[in-house]
Design a protein around this ligand. Structure first.
Ligand code: ASP
Length: 443
């Protein structure tokens, strides 16, 4: 089986992290295709090389001396390379790059973070280096040309058998370097997995996968062993993010599972993300809970609305006119709500309400702001009846007022709106009832 291993910045933040990476790669002969991010933070007060390169660009643009900054970047690479006994002339290569920095495009400059890191890692692992500029090809419109990229990558496999590939960048048709979004090393890994028809995409990071709740709210939350792509989208959208979202699509389409693993605790199982998880053993009712504060809901009520064709469309088109994207539309028989991000409408809400009054002629329009949404995600919820009732009951018993209820169409998530002030408490109550005491609740 072909396994793609992507190591994030924290996995290569120091020479000792490189040693861990080597142990991981050497522990499994199927780990032959390695994608790496730029050297990252050693601790929370440290800097990522990518951030420093972005800063160096800004210095160049504004004609501020960048020598000190470039020295700091060079020192990080040289320190690691010296410690690992790398023969490749890192300092010399860096000096050449730095001397010409103003001649390069900003994207080229930033991409050097992964380029240097991948060179060092390739030599350290004893594997060939393949430049993303030779294999990761972008269309004119900025999306990746999967066909041409697959051809180039397969050629590289033929020629080299195994390799280290820098993440985060590729090349456009006219030959210039193009970056993915921030965190885009995950995307490179996903594209490589897709193009080589990998059996598994291992994503090595500094956490042991997805947690079932935010550890800042729940102490030591249960980690999620298996999750479906749909469930992950729901949780990531509401703030529980481990993986660059765009990284999901290439592997999802090809039905390649992603395994999130912890470089610092390689024996932890991590989280497996795949299309379906039906035959799994750990059939938890709830996979995870996530949420965000500061939404706003506009509730519209009108008698016999259910017979009025087009009323929802007309209301939504008012929001569209103001360029506001809609988060949810909870509906009743003669009422419905439109939930949006509070910050998106802070300047336009009065105008929007006035337009709704004029164009929709509702009996009543009310606005609820400072609303937090808590999403309870679980592929198994649809199989067991009464889950939503239990969630609402638990919140009610805790004295938490539910302002809004909505459910995703595939029934994999239930979303409750509560006051911002009740946000953390709502998550605690749901976690307690359904995750901590899951065994008890099933007896
Ligand atoms: N180095 C890039 C960043 O910091 C890409 C990545 O880490 O995946 O965003």
């Amino acid at each position: 089986m072909i396994k793609i291993c992507k190591f994030g910045g924290s996995s290569v933040a120091s020479a000792s992290q490189f040693r861990r990476v080597k142990e991981i790669v050497e522990a499994d002969p199927e780990r032959r295709f390695i994608v790496v991010s730029a050297v990252g933070k050693r601790d929370s007060s440290d800097n990522k090389i990518t951030d420093l390169l972005l800063l160096a660009n800004a210095h160049v643009t504004y004609h501020v001396d960048s020598a000190q900054l470039l020295d700091a970047i060079k020192a990080r690479f040289v320190e690691i390379a010296d410690d690992l006994g790398i023969a490749w002339p890192v300092a010399e290569k860096f000096d050449t790059f730095a001397a010409d920095i103003s001649k390069h495009s900003p994207e080229y400059v930033v991409s050097r973070g992964e380029w240097f890191t991948a060179h060092i890692l390739a030599e350290y692992l004893g594997l060939p280096f393949v430049d993303a500029a030779d294999v990761m090809i972008f269309h004119h419109n900025g999306t990746v040309d999967l066909e041409r990229t697959a051809v180039r990558l397969k050629e590289a496999v033929q020629r080299k058998g195994a390799f280290v590939l820098p993440g985060f960048y590729g090349v456009t048709v006219d030959g210039s370097i193009k970056l993915f979004q921030r965190g885009g090393g995950d995307i490179t890994g996903a594209i490589l997995a897709r193009c080589l028809d990998a059996g598994l995409y291992e994503n090595w990071t500094d956490v042991s996968g997805f947690l079932s709740a935010d550890p800042r709210i729940i102490e030591n939350p249960r980690s999620i062993r298996r999750i479906t792509f749909d469930e992950m989208r729901e949780l990531s959208y509401m703030g529980a993010s481990v993986l660059q979202e765009e990284a999901i699509f290439p592997v999802r389409e090809a039905n390649i599972p992603i395994q999130i693993k912890n470089t610092n605790r390689p024996d932890d199982v991590g989280t497996i993300i795949r299309e379906t998880a039906d035959s799994d053993v750990d059939e938890h009712l709830i996979t995870g809970i996530a949420g965000k504060r500061d939404f706003l809901a506009v509730h519209i009520q009108k008698a016999h609305m259910s017979n009025e064709v087009g009323i929802v469309r007309r209301t939504l088109s008012i929001f569209e006119r103001y360029g506001i994207s809609i988060e949810h539309i909870p509906t009743g028989v003669d009422s419905f709500g439109v939930v949006v991000n509070g910050s998106d409408v802070k300047d336009s809400i009065y105008q929007i309400i006035s337009d709704i009054r004029k164009e929709i002629a509702p009996d009543n329009v009310t606005v609820v702001d400072k609303l937090a949404l808590v999403t309870v995600v679980g592929r198994n919820m649809s199989k067991r009846s009464g889950t939503s009732g239990k969630i609402f009951g638990a919140l009610g018993e805790a004295g938490i007022n539910i302002r809004l209820i909505t459910q995703s169409s595939q029934e994999i998530s239930i979303i409750v709106g509560v006051d911002n002030a009740d946000f953390e408490r709502a998550i605690e109550v749901i976690y307690d009832r359904f995750v901590s005491n899951e065994m008890v609740s099933h007896l």
